[in-house]
Design a protein around this ligand. Structure first.
Ligand code: SF4
Length: 342
C-alpha cells in the first residue's frame, strides 16, 4: 500500500489500527493533497514515532519518469516505470502534457497495455499487462515537472479506465474531495469504449465529463475495429446516456477517429446523427495518426471538414481536434510505453 492515493476514510482506519491520534488522518491528507508532500520524513508535524511506524507499513515518495520527450508544439511525453524491478517491455506507461492557451491538460494512463483490442490503437496491439493502482495513476500527476501548471486531467492514455474502475474511481475521489485536491469534476474527463455497466456506475458516482470512443456508428463495422462492440453495443451505451438528465454541467462527448474509406463518408455521418439524436453531446473528430503497427490510413482534410459540417448542419456540435505531439508519438492512439532510447 502506498500513502499517495489513500482516501480520508482509509487513512482514518489506518490511524485507528496503528493507535495514532485521531487527527493524524487529516494531517496526512493535508500533507499529501494540499501541500503535495509524499515523503513521510518531511511531514514534520507528525511525531517521530508516528513517522517511523508509517515508514514501515506504507510506501512513500514519488516514482520519477524514466524519460521525457518534448514536441515542437510544446507537448511533453513522460515515460513512467510501474511495479518493481526487473522491468520489462511492458513495465512502462506514458502520460502526456498538452499545453494550450487557456488550459494545460495531462492525459494519464490507467493500465499497462489494454485488453479492449481496438485495431487502430498501438496500446491495444500490446495486449493487457496489468492494472495501475491509485498511487501509480496519481504519481503521473505529481511527478511531472509541469505539475503546478496542470488545470485538467483526461483519462485517455494507455488502458480502458472502466476496466480498472475501482482504482480510477479512487483517483477521482482524491482529485475531487474537499480533503483531497479539491478539483471540480468538470476539470476531469474519463474516456471509455462504453463498458455499459461500469459507465452507469461512473455516471451515478461521479460528475466528471465522459468521452465515449465511437469511431463507427454501424454495429458490424464498429465490431471490426473495436471488438468490444460485441459485448457492449454502442447503441446500449447511447441509450444509457439518454436515460440521464443532461441539463447539468456534465459534458458528454464522442470521439470519432477518421479512417480513409472506412468510416468517413456521408452515410456514416448520417448514421451518427441518427444514433445521437436527442442526446446533448458533442463529437470530436480526430485525425488518425498512421503507425507501422496499424493498417489504416487517415482521412483527408476535405473529407473531415465535410463530415464535420454535415454533423453541425444536423444539430450536432462537432469539432476537428487539433493534432498534438505527433512527432514524439504522443498523439491519440500512439501511446506504447516504449519511449526508452536503448
Ligand atoms: Fe484500449 Fe483505448 Fe486503445 Fe481501445 S483505444 S485499445 S480502449 S487504449
Amino acid at each position: 500500500m502506498h500513502l499517495l492515493g489513500q482516501t480520508l476514510a482509509q487513512l482514518q482506519e489506518l490511524c485507528l489500527n496503528e493507535g495514532f491520534p485521531k487527527f493524524t488522518a487529516r494531517q496526512l491528507c493535508d500533507w499529501l493533497y494540499k501541500k503535495r508532500v509524499t515523503d513521510i520524513d518531511a511531514m514534520t508535524n507528525l511525531s517521530l514515532k508516528t513517522r517511523a511506524c508509517l515508514k514501515e507499513i506504507v510506501g512513500q515518495g514519488l516514482t520519477q519518469p524514466a524519460d521525457v520527450q518534448t514536441s515542437v508544439d510544446g507537448t511533453r511525453k513522460y515515460l513512467f516505470p510501474v511495479g518493481s524491478e526487473p522491468f520489462d517491455a511492458h513495465s512502462f506507461v506514458e502520460a502526456v502534457y498538452i499545453p494550450a492557451d487557456d488550459r494545460a491538460t495531462l492525459c494519464v494512463s490507467c493500465q499497462r497495455g489494454c485488453r479492449m483490442g481496438c485495431r487502430f490503437c498501438v496500446t491495444g496491439q500490446q495486449g493487457f499487462h496489468g492494472n495501475l493502482d491509485v498511487s501509480q495513476i496519481l504519481n503521473q500527476l505529481y511527478a511531472v515537472d509541469v505539475n503546478s501548471d496542470i488545470s485538467n486531467i483526461v483519462f485517455m492514455g494507455m488502458g480502458e479506465p472502466l476496466d480498472n474502475y475501482d482504482q480510477v474511481k479512487q483517483a477521482l475521489e482524491v482529485l475531487t474531495s474537499e480533503w483531497g485536491l479539491g478539483w471540480s469534476p468538470h476539470r476531469i474527463t474519463v474516456s471509455t469504449v462504453g463498458i455499459t455497466p461500469m459507465l452507469k456506475r461512473l455516471l451515478d458516482e461521479c460528475q466528471c465529463h465522459v468521452a465515449v470512443s465511437l469511431h463507427n456508428p454501424f454495429p458490424d463495422e464498429r465490431k471490426s475495429i473495436m471488438p468490444m462492440q460485441k459485448a457492449y453495443p454502442v447503441a446500449d451505451t447511447v441509450a444509457l446516456l439518454k436515460r440521464y438528465n443532461w441539463y447539468g454541467q456534465r459534458r458528454i462527448s464522442f470521439e470519432y477517429t477518421m479512417f480513409k474509406g472506412l468510416n468517413d463518408d456521408i452515410n456514416h455521418a448520417a448514421e451518427v446523427v441518427r444514433l445521437l439524436q436527442g442526446l446533448r453531446c458533442r463529437v470530436n473528430l480526430i485525425r488518425f495518426h498512421a503507425s507501422p503497427d496499424v493498417p489504416y490510413r487517415p482521412s483527408d482534410e476535405k473529407t473531415m471538414i465535410s463530415f464535420r459540417d454535415y454533423l453541425s448542419n444536423h444539430g450536432i456540435t462537432a469539432t476537428i481536434r487539433a493534432s498534438r505531439g505527433e512527432d514524439i508519438m504522443a498523439a491519440c492512439g500512439l501511446l506504447a510505453g516504449k519511449g526508452l532510447k536503448n
